[in-house]
Design a protein around this ligand. Sequence first.
Ligand code: GTR
Length: 324
Amino acid sequence: MLKTVTAALLASVAMASASIACEITLKAADTHPDGYPTVEGVKAMGKMLEEKTDGRICVEMFHSAQLGEEKDTIEQTQFGVIDLNRVSFGPFNNIIPESQIPSLPYIFRSVDHMHKVMDGDIGAEILGAFSDHDLIALTSYDAGSRSFYNSQKPITSMEDLAGMKFRVMQSDLFVDMVGALGANATPMPYGEVYSGIQTGVIDGAENNWPSYESSGHFEVAGYYTLDQHLMVPEVLVMSKASWEKLSEEDQKLVMEAAKESTAVQRKLWADREAASEEKVRAAGNEIITDIDKTPFIEAMAPVYEKYVTDEKLKDLVARIQAVE
Ligand code: GTR
């Protein structure tokens, strides 16, 4: 009895001192489950921030869409209800023009090319554009490349896509991308995709290996065609309202910890990509790797024409293409 009481007392003292130590607790959102590389990246950022501030600033992670689907959490982050939010660039496309650039189909030639762009001046410029929209974009993370999966048939060419219905993220750019390939797009929240495929409301969706696997979509959509049409990175944003509550010194530390967490996330990403692929292949899914991407790339010309309109965006695209 005494032992239990003592243990309970000790536990509550420990809890109290932990919460006393954290003067500022930043609430973070992520749609993915615990253990997913983006969730772990933000947790790593939190740990580094605690160390840098002697435990004064902490990060509390709400994974698995506990705070809502991405479109809603973005609004809440703009309002300052959520402090940190790890999202894809995609759901920002309709509100921040520059976020469309890394979201363009086949804009990056390789992961290396994407890293060079996002880690350099162009990446900084794209992240900088978020500050006109009540957000501070702290850093970007890896998200591999996205390809189509469906429940109906193996897709081996663009012709096979004709008339099929795919879910896309809530972004007009992606609706037109799918349309340009001859298929139909339905924008819907990530959390509705599994049942959408299961009930036949959609034929499939498109995503990277870890999302295809961790969401369970691979269980209901057995065909995965590696056309790799998108290499849209993830972005970690902070509410401008929360940012402005911090001292300049603390802002610097938050930014530092976020940037440092990118290296951690990228390592975790590479490991998870391989593990997810292994799991999906072991489940017996049909993976189509032998696909000619040339017609897919060529079909994207009207999408670029429609979305890369003003000089600023045109210049960004040209500069990205010029990065060796
Ligand atoms: C994932 C991405 C999520 C979300 C999701 C989706 O790859 O990490 O942030 O955008 O795709 O398709 O909605």
